[in-house]
Design a protein around this ligand. Structure first.
Ligand SMILES: C[S@@+](CC[C@H](N)C(=O)[O-])C[C@H]1O[C@@H](n2cnc3c(N)ncnc32)[C@H](O)[C@@H]1O
Length: 181
């Protein structure tokens, strides 16, 4: 079991990352279009795992709607603060920010219709423990959307296969979709 600080960026690195994301989003806003392909329906419970500043959380919240719920999970307190600010700014009543400890989100078992891990799996050191936690919180009928981030597709697929617990059911250039095995 890793300690909760092992994968946590320094505050300075975190600020730099958020600044870079803001610049990218200002010039090249691709997120809404991307999220439209994740299959989020009204009423779903969605977990934005490794939510960062909540760039995806906003769109998940709108698609899940008033009957739905979005858990925005991150290991860094700054992410949780930024999501809280976005909730106020955009009136995101169906979002709950969650500070994870190590690979423990503290969410209930089998809560999620959809879990996403966007631009973060490549940084995970213990993929088995991480994917185990994601499986624990996903309904047996639920799905996981995961992308490669800064690693190759073959590495991502090898890591998923080696960790076990998930079966790949769809694959596009953008992301991989898995269901609990
Ligand atoms: C590059 S950012 C991506 C943020 C967001 N998904 C996006 O694409 O805008 C990676 C995020 O994953 C978080 N993270 C890294 N390891 C984590 C873990 N074990 N549990 C939860 N969050 C984690 C980091 O704190 C950071 O906010």
């Amino acid at each position: 079991m890793i300690s909760r600080d092992d994968e946590r960026m320094s505050d300075m690195d975190y600020r730099l990352m958020v600044f870079t994301m803001n610049v990218i989003d200002f010039f090249f806003s691709h997120i809404e279009k991307r999220v439209a392909r994740f299959g989020i329906q009204p009423g779903m419970t969605v977990v934005d795992y490794g939510c960062g500043p909540g760039r995806y959380t906003i769109f998940y919240s709108r698609l899940a709607g008033r009957q739905g719920k979005v858990y925005a999970v991150d290991i860094h307190e700054m992410a949780i603060d930024l999501v809280r600010r976005k909730m106020e700014q955009y009136g995101l009543d169906n979002v709950e920010p969650v500070l994870a400890k190590g690979y423990d989100s503290g969410l209930p078992d089998r809560v999620a219709d959809l879990v996403t891990a966007i631009d973060m799996f490549f940084a995970i050191r213990d993929q088995k423990a991480f994917l185990g936690e994601l499986k624990r919180i996903t309904k047996p009928t639920g799905l996981l959307v995961i992308d490669d981030g800064h690693q190759t597709r073959s590495t991502t697929k090898e890591q998923i296969a080696a960790a076990g617990g998930w079966k790949i059911v769809d694959e596009t250039k953008d992301h991989i979709t898995c269901r609990p095995a």
